[in-house]
Design a protein around this ligand. Structure first.
Ligand code: CUA
Length: 326
């Protein structure tokens, strides 16, 4: 009894571990629900089979003399051939019968193109004809109860798009764009992660995906489509000057300014994002300044050069300007 009581906290902790913003067993869509059910079936079945095999092994090793019966041919044929064949066939039929629901679902209501890049995510919202409406990075917002088509591409090596709460993972393979359909059923903030080793910063290639109510999504989309806010204070105006004069625009775009670089993330609304460096740091003026001054110390091997020769006042101004771009 005391042993059981000691186990209780462990069980509670492991059950509590089944919820979270990056968790395949805390589904927020029908697709993830189906994957979750299959996972539980496999865990349950594997546990039962493991226990049965261990019990048989213990019996064979330490049982009474009657254990000699285990050496019978029927057990070998039944347990070694018939049982796995029947179980695995049943499992295959079950998985194939559910597979159509995990694939494409007819006409999507929203199209988003996500491109994996070393080591971040370029996100383009498309219109019904597939033309880009606006671009953002490392952050995706989608409306609840809406069929969303993710068009998945890569700009360089193989990456893998994975938001465990919404769907299984899908590799982004050079030259082979793929489409994933998701219909989220629960609002919330979820975390996505690159799931295929793609270089030194593979582990730090994350993104946030927020599922919101339809009205909130429309509001967010309208804001994102706008051009960048004009600076309304001397510090911010100075920041924009520094941004345009220091070479930032070679790689970054800020719509509404002459900056139209396309190598790095579009910064038109960078101030509205939750994180910086693809999920690396919570966004804010301090993080922006640190990232600009020496992103190579924070995320070695990323494509952004360090700007550690910027005078402190210029660095502060440019960070404040970027933070103001909400
Ligand atoms: Cu991108 Cu791993």
């Amino acid at each position: 009894m005391r042993g059981l009581r000691a186990l209780a906290p462990l069980v509670l902790v492991s059950i509590a571990g089944c919820r979270g913003m990056q968790h395949a067993l805390d589904p927020a869509s029908g697709e993830a629900q189906q994957i979750g059910t299959l996972s539980w079936l496999l865990y349950g079945g594997a546990t039962l089979i493991f226990l049965a095999v261990m019990a048989l092994a213990a019996y064979a090793l330490f049982g009474p003399r009657s254990r000699a019966r285990l050496a019978h041919r029927n057990l070998v044929i039944g347990g070694g051939i018939v049982f796995p064949a029947v179980t695995l066939t049943a499992l295959m039929v079950y998985v194939f019968s559910g597979a159509p629901d995990l694939l494409l679902r007819g006409e999507p209501e929203l199209r988003i193109e996500v491109t994996g890049e070393q080591f971040w995510w370029r996100v383009r919202y498309l219109d019904a004809e597939g033309r880009p409406q606006f671009e953002t990075a490392n952050e995706i917002v989608i409306p609840v109860d809406t069929t969303v088509a993710f068009r998945l591409r890569t700009a360089d090596v193989i990456h893998s798009f994975w938001v465990p709460n919404l769907h299984g993972k899908l590799d982004m393979i050079p030259g082979h764009p793929k489409t994933m359909h998701v219909r989220p059923e629960r609002t919330g903030l979820y975390r996505g992660q690159c799931a295929e080793y793609c270089g030194t910063q593979h582990a730090k290639m994350a993104f946030m995906l927020e599922v919101v109510a339809a009205e909130d999504f429309d509001r967010w989309r309208q804001t994102q489509q706008r051009e960048a806010r004009a600076p309304d204070a001397p510090l911010l105006a100075r920041g924009r000057e520094v941004f345009l004069a220091s070479g930032c625009a070679t790689c970054h775009a800020v719509r509404g300014t002459p900056a139209s670089g396309a190598l790095g993330p579009d910064l038109t609304h960078v101030g509205s994002r939750r994180t910086l460096g693809a999920g690396l740091l919570p966004n804010g003026i301090g993080a922006l300044a640190g990232w600009i001054a020496d992103s190579q110390a924070l995320k070695p091997g990323n494509r952004m050069p360090a700007f550690n020769d910027l005078p402190a006042q210029d660095l502060q101004a440019v960070a404040a300007y970027l933070a103001s771009l909400e």
